[in-house]
Design a protein around this ligand. Structure first.
Ligand code: SF4
Ligand code: SF4
Ligand code: SF4
Length: 538
């Protein structure tokens, strides 16, 4: 397997795509993880998962406009899962110790202009990464549009979120407006604010009004992605100041997401790495994940006795139980072998690749590679037609070629093949008293060995149907050689079979075994064959 083949397989299996709720969430909360935590009553775990996506857990769990719920598969069946309420119960009941910056302090300073959710989100993300951040807000408090129309509750939630963030290296200066017309370089900003240094600037001042001079530049896009960078090195724009969002569509979670993405751009700028690489799935996107919804019954949303407080643990668990934990895994539903190995084809493909390319260490996928029955049922049910049979078969051939196939794996089947095609067990002849054959019956090694009485009955029946000139061929088609990756043995077996059929005058081979039919059809198409069952049904 080449690395490009592996990449194609990994692309083809869509199981790792996020469910629609997570793809629609601008910060991609691990909703299935939160749901599982709530089901287990592990609210601190749920809160931790939520906090990985945003430190503003109270603000978001109380005021998010929940685009995840609009995308939830349940919405089309009964009612979307109350994701925001599940997050809210985790925040309320899941006590976690406050975290500090996760990385060592860096020497660079970033100035953030604007203390709305976008600016705050960027500031704390950068501080978490170790940068010194100086945030300037022209008003008397931070929060921006979050406070519009819901000041008291929003202020309390924001204060609760900001309290543990006090340990981050962010200094917030209120009542300090910055003349945006003078934001023409990082140096100009440092001079304007009397700072010894400023390595990057984020302008996140919200919607510019006519009394506020605008920033003299616009944010750029690169390779179709929003980078929030401008033509001024080190100067970034995010949030409504970009003019991208109209006031009517303002969303707290979109603002937080934008701040987070701008922080990523700023860090990449300061680290002197690509602003765009690997970022195509930031912000909301369309997922490719398929989830079979047939057979899903409508279920009423969990009742909430006290809406002001939110779910209690039992109510939350009931709501979490409604979640479908959306996934594909169609192939695992039909293949016990794929299920038994504990993962799914995207992961299996990587394991197979590693197994074939490992130079030191264990070949841990030997059993997986050699267990597949090569039936191809996975491809029948897979929404992208991924077939693990050729993957496993090719891997076996490679292992044989490398001399890395453990002899024990296929020894039994190959010994069966050797015996079935030995002089003692093979037979090829015209019908008694006949010198030629229009057909020859090939019951296959399994039927002949296990039910010789049935072979005799079927042979007699075939002669009634097809006339007296039906010969008999007892042998194995060579399938075990193919299963074992032994192309040499398969070719030898097929050559002998072909030679025998030619000697009989090329009669049509009537095969009882579907595997024989498959092998002859694919590997010896020059030998005319027909299924026993088609003959009997005619
Ligand atoms: S943050 Fe908002 S959009 Fe994201 S999962 Fe939570 S409620 Fe949904
Ligand atoms: S059912 Fe659960 S996993 Fe599926 S989209 Fe809805 S919240 Fe997400
Ligand atoms: S059916 Fe299996 S192989 Fe196909 S996309 Fe789904 S998980 Fe992947």
């Amino acid at each position: 397997m080449k690395s490009t083949d592996l990449a194609k397989l990994e692309e083809q299996c869509i199981q790792d795509w996020e469910p629609p709720c997570v793809a629609a969430c601008p910060v991609h909360v691990d909703i299935r993880g939160v749901v599982r935590a709530v089901r287990d009553g592990a609210f601190a775990t749920g809160r931790n998962l939520f906090a990985k996506a945003t430190p503003f857990v109270r603000v978001v769990s109380e005021f998010c406009d929940a685009p995840c719920q609009r995308a939830c598969h349940r919405a089309a069946i009964d009612q979307a899962i109350g994701v925001r309420e599940l997050e809210r119960v985790c925040v309320r009941l899941g006590a976690v110790p406050p975290a500090g910056p996760s990385r060592a302090a860096k020497t660079q300073t970033v100035v953030v202009i604007g203390g709305g959710l976008c600016g705050l989100s960027a500031a704390f993300d950068l501080a978490r990464k170790g940068y010194a951040v100086k945030l300037y807000e022209r008003g008397s408090e931070v929060g921006g549009r979050l406070l519009t129309g819901r000041a008291a509750a929003a202020r309390a939630a924001l204060a609760a979120d900001l309290e543990p963030l006090a340990r981050f290296p962010v200094s917030i200066r209120l009542g300090r407006s910055v003349d945006l017309a003078e934001v023409v370089s990082t140096e100009s900003v440092a001079a304007l604010l009397d700072l010894p240094a400023c390595d990057a600037v984020l302008v996140a001042t919200g919607t510019a009004d006519s009394s506020t001079p605008g920033v003299p530049v616009e944010a750029n896009r690169a390779e179709g992605l929003e980078t929030f960078a401008t033509d001024l090195p080190g100067v970034f724009l995010a949030g409504d100041v970009r003019g991208a969002d109209s006031p009517a569509s303002w969303s707290p979670i979109a603002a937080i997401s934008e701040g987070r993405r701008a922080a990523t751009s700023i860090e990449r700028f300061l680290q002197k790495v690509s602003l765009t690489y690997g970022r195509s799935l930031e912000g909301p996107y369309e997922t490719r994940l398929f989830t079979d919804l047939s057979g899903v019954s409508p279920e009423s949303p969990a009742a909430m006795a006290d809406a002001a407080r939110g779910f209690d643990p039992d109510e939350a668990r009931a709501e979490a139980e409604r979640c479908l934990l959306c996934a594909c895994l169609e192939c695992l539903k039909v293949c016990p072998y794929l299920e038994k190995h504990g993962s799914y084809p995207r992961v299996y493909a990587r394991r197979v690749y590693n197994n074939l390319t490992v130079t030191k260490g264990n070949r841990t996928a030997n059993r997986f590679i050699n267990s597949c029955s090569l039936c191809g049922l996975c491809a029948e049910v897979c929404p992208t037609d991924l077939n693990m049979a050729p993957v496993c078969l090719e891997a076996r051939r490679t292992m044989v070629a490398q001399g890395k196939m453990p002899p024990s794996v296929h020894d039994f089947a190959l010994e069966e093949l050797r015996r079935a095609n030995s002089e003692a067990c093979t037979l090829l002849r015209h019908a008694p008293g006949r010198q030629k054959s229009t057909h020859v019956f090939m019951p296959g090694c399994q039927l002949a060995a296990s039910r010789p009485d049935s072979v005799a009955i079927l042979y007699a029946r075939l002669r009634e149907r097809l006339g007296p000139e039906v010969g008999l061929m007892l042998r194995c088609c060579g399938a075990p050689a193919e299963w074992a990756g032994r192309e040499d043995l398969l070719e030898t077996s097929l050559a002998t079979l072909r030679e025998g059929v030619q000697k009989m005058g090329n009669p049509t081979v009537v095969v009882a075994c579907p595997t024989c039919a498959d092998i002859l059809g694919r590997r010896a198409p020059d030998v005319t064959s027909v299924s026993l069952y088609e003959v009997l049904a005619a």
